[in-house]
Design a protein around this ligand. Structure first.
Ligand SMILES: O=c1ccn([C@H]2C[C@H](O)[C@@H](COP(=O)(O)OP(=O)(O)OP(=O)(O)O)O2)c(=O)[nH]1
Ligand SMILES: [Mg+2]
Length: 158
C-alpha cells in the first residue's frame, strides 16, 4: 500500500456509511446515494451522498463513475471526474446521467453510485510566453496517430 493521507469526514446523514474501499489496493472509495433516484432515458440528476469532507491543502478528490453502473445500465457522471477542492465543505454530490436510450434506471438510498479518488495535486505557476518550446507531437491531436479507419459508425435510418 502506498502513502496514506488523513481526510476528515462529516456524515450529514447518520443512517449512511462513511465511504469505504471495497478491497485493499483500490484507488476509489465508494460513495452512496442519500436518496432514491429515478433516471429516465437520457436524464440526469444531482444526487446527494450524505457526506462532507475536509482534505488537506495540496489534495483534491475526484468523483469517478463506477464501471459496473456504466457497463450494466449506461449510468455515468456528466462531469466525470468531478473535482472536490480541498477548501470545499459542502455536501459531495454526484451528477448521474442515464445514457441508455430506452431503459429507466432506479437507484435506492444506500446504493453505491460513484467512487472517490483522493490525490495529491500540484498548483501551477503560469508564465506567459510568445513562443512555446518545440516537441515531438507539436500541435497534432484528435486522432492524428490514426487507428480509427476500421471502426464502424453509422446512423439509424441513414
Ligand atoms: O462532482 C462534483 C463536483 C464538484 N462538487 C463540489 C466540490 C467542488 O469543490 C465544488 C465546485 O466544483 P467545480 O469547481 O467543479 O464546479 P463549478 O461549476 O466550477 O462551481 P464553482 O463556481 O463553485 O467553482 O463542487 C461536488 O460535490 N461534486
Ligand atoms: Mg469551479
Amino acid at each position: 500500500m502506498g502513502d496514506k493521507v488523513d481526510v476528515l469526514i462529516k456524515r450529514l446523514d447518520p443512517g449512511l456509511p462513511v465511504p469505504e474501499y471495497a478491497h485493499a489496493g483500490d484507488a476509489g472509495a465508494d460513495l452512496v446515494a442519500a436518496v432514491d433516484v429515478e433516471l429516465p432515458p437520457g436524464e440526469r440528476a444531482l444526487v446527494p451522498t450524505g457526506i462532507a469532507i475536509a482534505l488537506p491543502d495540496g489534495y483534491a478528490a475526484f468523483i469517478h463513475p463506477r464501471s459496473g453502473l456504466g457497463a450494466k445500465f449506461g449510468v455515468t457522471i456528466v462531469n466525470a471526474p468531478g473535482t472536490v477542492d480541498a477548501g470545499y465543505r459542502g455536501e459531495i454530490k454526484v451528477t448521474l446521467l442515464n445514457t441508455d436510450p430506452r431503459d429507466t434506471v432506479r437507484l435506492s438510498r444506500g446504493d453505491r453510485i460513484a467512487q472517490m479518488v483522493v490525490q495529491r495535486v500540484e498548483r501551477a505557476v503560469f508564465h506567459e510566453v510568445t513562443e512555446l518550446p518545440g516537441s515531438a507531437r507539436g500541435a497534432d491531436g484528435f486522432g492524428s496517430t490514426g487507428g480509427y479507419r476500421d471502426i464502424e459508425h453509422s446512423r439509424e435510418g441513414a
